[in-house]
Design a protein around this ligand. Sequence first.
Ligand code: 5GP
Length: 177
Amino acid sequence: MAAEQRTEVLLSREEIAATVDRLAVEVSRDYTGKNPLLLGILKGSFVFMADLVRRLDFPLEIDFVRLSSYGQGTETTGNIRVVQGLRSPVRGRDVLVIEDIVDTGLTTTYFLDYLRKKKPASLRLCSLVDKPARHRVPVAIDYLGFTVPDRFLVGYGLDWDEKYRNLPDICVLVESE
Ligand code: 5GP
């Protein structure tokens, strides 16, 4: 019989809301008055970005990029490119990258290197979730929501095969017979 999937809540919507509150306080403390550019990495960061920016009560700008890795499967290959870029000028701006999850760290590292060449005034990383056990390169996360074990997560913007992005909680996928 084919395995069925169900989801189990790992981080509830209440825990997520409290953590986004905390991150908003940290980001506000550092960026108020700087008109920063918040750059979300699509698609996964769209829910987190929407919740975070509504807690930031100062002028800022938002843009999104879409990155893709060559190859298939659930794991990043490390060959990453920008497929939907950046319309906002980066030079001289205070740029804060908004990521849903750091796994191997390859996507984020690639994108931060790409941005650094564009000479922003400052460049920092905010990620809702980190899976340190999976890092293949060192990644410095300036604003971090949760540290989680090595499980595949869905919900709150995160997908499996484009499904589950709309779940309000962050869940693990469980295969059951
Ligand atoms: P990295 O380059 O750090 O390995 O991967 C980053 C990207 O892989 C994330 O932005 C996300 O799109 C995807 N990813 C990594 N771990 C997970 C996970 O547990 N669940 C989902 N849905 N996507 C993940």
